[in-house]
Design a protein around this ligand. Structure first.
Ligand code: FAD
Length: 454
């Protein structure tokens, strides 16, 4: 018998439940990746680069194991049916995914072919942590407590020693790709990053994670996004750090963040409409402003608020942004500019290397105050106070806004207050080389409160 291992968001050999299931049910296995035009048409070139690069590495590893990757391009149901004709596979295994598109695609395949969906994208599948009456949680903390009380997941699976291959099948060539700066491809890199984080940083995570000027977080999000690391394996490897009193507080906070990821997947699975609008009914008619000019200033990092602009330029240049900066820039768009969070959601989705519908939507709805367990609408981040608190010396700002590099500490968070002789000295003229604020925060705050109240 032959099984098709249909690879999607599980670009790894270690702890791969889908691959394991294929191996346990068949004599030969065909690893398949389908380039789906529906997904490739999306404007997300950085994620595509990362995907292609990782497919390249996976393909080289599979080649070495004598079980080459088969790459096809087209609609999954069509390509899988064709493959089944070619090789007579009796089963297709894949890791379950939960966006509306993924579920519809898989349903279509399931109705015609023998598709088995297994867990792996999450530590526990959606629906594992629910209220006593079986309904989904919409608030994080009780979800988290129930989640923590679940029996421990099974141990991660090792990389198989041997993959029994099917005779060669035709395969498309992989599109060329480059390494992404700062995010080397491959599951070995993901593992190395996890090792380093656990060894050197997890113990301080709770103290450092909010500081945008420090490397206090794991930077694992793109790897989790593409399944270069299984979250179950990350959880298993971090558990000893929970038990060690010296690292317990940091590890516990980090676990909390991994579970936010699980929470947002549960929300998306239970309430698929969140991808198309506010979770809260009362928040569906906020009188948003339409200002292409302000939207552009935000996207390009030219709002005049240094921390907001630093975050947006970090995103544009690297495809990643610090979580605190994501919250500040998202709050600025929705509250200070009163622009619909869905504009921001779409922009992030286009730019982020870790762009994921569930987490991105969750983060946006949280910040905009329209979501499940959301920040209250009257909580408006002050971009200057946040900047002083989370980038005290302005190092993050200076990294991403070179035009402000020589601005003295006293003015780095509010450069528009700098006297003109100091501007000359710092080599920057506010209003010419760096914008004055495009909106006054005090005024904008009142405007947002009034609009949300309506
Ligand atoms: P760490 O702090 O090391 O956390 C470890 C892992 O936990 C992360 O890799 C991530 O998988 C998960 N995680 C951490 N925080 C969150 C969170 N708040 N929500 C969900 N998962 C979390 N994260 C994405 O993975 N994809 C997105 O598209 C995304 N969009 C966001 C949009 C907004 C507006 C906001 C406020 C947050 C968004 N996040 C998103 C969550 C968070 O900012 C990133 O996961 C985090 O910054 C990634 O960095 P890290 O890997 O160093 O995280």
């Amino acid at each position: 018998t032959t099984a098709i291992w249909w690879i999607r968001r599980d670009l790894r050999l270690s702890d791969n439940q889908s691959l394991h299931s294929a191996l346990s049910q068949a004599d030969t296995v065909i690893p398949v990746y389908i380039l789906d035009p529906h997904l490739l048409e999306r404007n997300a070139s950085r994620r595509h680069q990362f995907l292609f690069r990782n497919l390249q590495i996976l393909s080289e590893r599979l080649e070495k194991m004598g079980c080459p990757l088969v790459l096809r391009q087209g609609k999954p149901i069509v390509e899988l049916s064709r493959l089944k004709e070619e090789c007579g596979a009796s089963i297709i295994t894949a890791e379950a995914d939960f966006s509306s598109y993924a579920r519809q695609r898989d349903q279509e395949v399931k109705s015609e072919l023998n598709l088995e969906l297994v867990n792996g994208l999450l530590i526990y599948p959606p629906g594992a942590a629910v209220k006593a009456d079986g309904t989904p949680y919409t608030v994080f903390t009780p979800f988290y407590n129930t989640w923590l009380a679940l029996p421990l997941p099974n141990d991660p699976l090792p990389i198989p020693d041997h993959l029994p291959a099917y005779p060669p099948l035709s395969s498309e060539a992989l599109p060329p790709s480059n390494e992404i700066d700062g995010f080397p491809a491959g599951e070995e890199q993901a593992q190395r990053r996890l090792d380093d984080f656990l060894q050197f940083s997890v113990g301080d995570y709770h103290n450092q994670r909010d500081r945008v000027d420090l490397d206090g977080t794991s930077l694992l999000s793109p790897y989790l996004r593409f399944g270069l690391l299984s979250p179950r394996s990350a959880y298993a490897q971090m558990r000893p750090f929970l038990d060690n009193p010296q690292t317990h507080d940091g590890a516990s906070k980090w676990l909390n963040e991994l579970v936010w990821r699980e929470f947002y997947f549960n929300i998306m699975a239970a309430f698929p409409f969140v991808l198309h609008g506010a979770f809260r009914e009362a928040m569906r008619d906020i009188p948003w402003r339409s200002s292409p000019q302000d939207l552009h200033a935000w996207q390009s990092g030219h709002t005049g608020y240094p921390l907001v602009d630093a975050g947006m330029r970090q995103l544009a240049q690297t495809g990643w942004m610090h979580n605190r900066a994501r919250m500040i820039t998202a709050s600025f768009l929705t509250k200070d500019l009163l622009i619909n969070w869905q504009e921001g959601e779409a922009w992030f989705m286009q730019q982020l290397l870790d762009g994921d519908p569930a987490s991105n939507n969750g983060g946006w709805q949280w910040t905009a105050g329209t979501g499940t367990d959301a920040a209250p609408y009257f909580r408006v981040f002050n971009p200057v106070t946040q900047s002083r608190k989370f980038d005290p010396q302005g190092e993050y700002i200076r990294t991403w806004l070179p035009e402000l590099a020589a601005v003295p500490d006293a003015f780095i968070h509010e450069p528009w207050k700098m006297p003109s002789e100091l501007q000359v000295k710092a080599g920057v003229q506010i209003g010419r080389d760096y914008p004055a604020p495009i909106v006054d925060h005090g005024f904008a705050r009142q405007r947002a409160l009034a609009a949300y109240k309506k």
